[in-house]
Design a protein around this ligand. Structure first.
Ligand SMILES: Nc1ncnc2c1ncn2[C@@H]1O[C@H](COP(=O)(O)OP(=O)(O)OP(=O)(O)O)[C@@H](O)[C@H]1O
Ligand SMILES: [Mg+2]
Length: 252
């Protein structure tokens, strides 16, 4: 299983600094939370970790190998195969059915297996996220919770070692959100994969996250690191972190 070390990452969009001095590790099997107010750079951090955006400085080490500084194109591709991602906006293909969407990663990553095996894997995963009956439905008619579950199915279908989830429960009702938490816990428990989770849902974070980092939009640096349920009661943490975890500031 993959061990990820983010070391001294500096992230920019063009000349604009988003975050700097970002360092943390994600141990195998760990559910790691990326926290912070809107616009602080959480989605940007995920894009750096999955190989979509190059850092201005620093690197993301996967089992000790620097993705940006040390790996050639083949090693990068092999590394990306170990990752699965649920994008913040779902990023499903609206003209495809649910099953076709979930099939896409297998066309890339399961090329050596036959189609019977791929089709069975898609059915198993859809069954597991509770979308078996909607397998042949077009994506554009799905509810918000169904889109998230289809996105989760697509993120995990190729059996990744690290699963990146960008706000999987945003906009969901509490019951659906709890069900999604259970799905995340059970995929981690069944496969041993680690999960990097961006979330504003503090109840969910307290319940499932083992570790995490808080990115501050004002100072453009991480302000705190640790298990969210423990950070919650830590009076020594900066106010911005306590506000986020205690939801005093609805903007957070
Ligand atoms: N492609 C881009 N080009 C330029 N700036 C960008 C780009 N994508 C994001 N940004 C800017 O980078 C900053 C961080 O954006 P990001 O999407 O990472 O924030 P976030 O923490 O995920 O926010 P949210 O909680 O609202 O999803 C924002 O100020 C955003 O406007
Ligand atoms: Mg985001």
């Amino acid at each position: 299983m993959a061990h990820i070390d983010v070391r001294n990452l500096r992230m920019q969009h063009g000349e604009r600094l988003i975050q700097e001095q970002v360092s943390f590790s994600v141990a195998p099997g760990c559910i790691f939370a990326v926290m912070g107010g809107s616009g602080c750079g959480k989605s940007t951090l995920l894009r750096h970790m999955v190989g979509l955006q190059e850092p201005a400085a620093g690197d993301v080490f996967v089992d000790g190998r620097g993705y940006w500084g040390e790996m050639d194109a083949d090693e990068k591709q092999a590394t990306r195969q170990r990752f699965g991602m649920l994008f913040q906006k779902g990023a499903l293909w609206s003209t495809l059915t649910v099953a076709q969407n979930v099939h896409v990663p297998l066309e890339l990553h399961w090329r050596d297996r036959d189609e019977t095996e791929r089709a069975q894997r898609v059915r198993d995963v859809l069954d597991w996220v509770g979308l078996a009956e909607l397998a042949d439905a077009p994506v554009h008619g799905l509810s918000g919770g169904q889109v998230k579950r289809a996105g989760l199915a697509r993120a995990i279908v190729a059996e990744p070692e690290v699963i990146f989830l960008d706000e999987p429960s945003a906009g969901l009702d509490p019951v659906t959100s709890l069900r999604l938490d259970d799905l995340i816990l059970s995929v981690r428990d069944r496969t041993g994969a680690s999960v990097v989770l961006v979330s504003h849902e503090r109840d969910s974070l307290f319940r499932i996250a083992d570790d995490g980092i808080f990115l501050d939009a004002d100072s453009r640096r991480p302000l705190a690191q640790g298990r969210p349920s423990r950070m919650q009661h830590d009076a020594s943490l900066p106010l911005a972190v306590r506000n986020f975890l205690q939801r005093k500031d609805e903007q957070a």
